[in-house]
Design a protein around this ligand. Structure first.
Ligand code: HEC
Length: 109
């Protein structure tokens, strides 16, 4: 059994992609994390219809406090976003913030 565990883990990690932040943006995560791009746009360029602001290119120093404030109910009015912020673990917030910071800002954002 032990011999099987490591290769299986490697397959699971591989399937999620090498970048955990990208994986959360594209596929979400367990515990109620809806993929960010469902609301914030495919390139995280924002989605006015959803009231979701652009995220692409935001520095971690903006994203991390925003997620904390939203999770605490101190920022934002969108309950789905609040639930997502609450569901992210600290490591997931960090991973997703780093990924967002590395994205190019889209036109108009
Ligand atoms: C169900 C739709 C939805 C999903 C899924 C979603 N968001 Fe949001 N998000 C919003 C909305 C709507 C707002 C604006 C909230 C408000 O101001 O009322 C927002 C706001 C934010 C903000 C604040 C931006 C700022 O400039 O203050 C951040 C950061 C953020 N979202 C990150 C994320 C991340 C990271 C994910 C994926 C893990 C995610 N969101 C998934 C809808 C969503």
């Amino acid at each position: 059994m032990k011999r099987l565990t490591l290769p299986l883990l490697a397959v699971l990690v591989g399937a999620a992609g090498s970048n955990p932040g990208a994986s959360i943006v594209e596929h979400g995560a367990s515990g109620g994390v809806i993929p960010c791009r469902v609301c914030h746009g495919m390139q995280l360029q924002g989605n006015a219809g959803m009231g979701a602001p652009p995220l692409a290119g935001l520095p971690e120093s903006t994203t991390l406090p925003a997620l904390a404030a939203i999770a605490a109910g101190k920022q934002g009015k969108n309950f789905a976003m609040r639930d997502v912020a609450r569901a992210l673990t600290p490591a997931q917030r960090q991973a997703v913030a780093a990924y967002i910071a590395g994205l190019r800002r889209g036109p108009g954002s």
